[in-house]
Design a protein around this ligand. Structure first.
Ligand code: DQA
Length: 149
């Protein structure tokens, strides 16, 4: 099975960016740990980060037919991007929405997600661990569906 991790805008600054909210772990550290976790489960994980909405849409489109599930922290685009929502639904790839912070305990504009209603599930508020929990959730979903067929 192939998983794709997508990180949106400003997540390349993890470790330096508002550490009281997002922690001190860098994106590189998170990606490395998640890749190891994926390998330990016998699956592959590709990682992609972009600050650009169009590049994220392109990456989702390129995943059609070769990615089984997407783990996505779309950053601020979570709250605004019809284009990323449309790409995810158009690609018909199951996805987990994730966030480091608990977006529902923050400003009102972060409490709305354009991705949540069509996600397998949502993980938020566990810092770097949100990524690991999202991976576990995606694998549980894929394994359950595999056994059904
Ligand atoms: C975030 C939450 C978003 O509201 C914010 O714009 C981010 C990070 C998180 O991981 O907590 O960039 O997605």
């Amino acid at each position: 099975m192939n998983l794709l991790l997508i990180n949106g805008p400003n997540l390349n600054l993890l470790g330096k960016r508002e550490p009281s909210i997002y922690g001190l772990e860098t994106l590189e550290t998170i990606e490395e740990a998640l890749t190891k976790k994926a390998i330990s489960h016998g699956v592959t994980l590709q990682s992609f980060q972009s600050n650009s909405e169009g590049q994220i849409v392109d990456r989702i489109q390129q995943s059609i037919a070769n990615v089984d599930a997407i783990l996505i922290n779309a950053g601020a685009y979570t709250h605004t991007s019809v284009a990323i929502r449309d790409a995810l639904l158009g690609a018909q790839i199951p996805y987990v929405e994730l966030h480091l912070s608990n977006t529902y305990a923050r400003e009102g504009f972060r409490q709305k997600s354009l991705l949540a209603d069509s996600a397998i599930g949502i993980i938020c508020g566990f810092g770097g661990m949100s990524y690991e929990l999202a991976l576990e959730g995606a694998l549980a979903f894929l394994n359950k569906n595999k056994n059904k067929n």
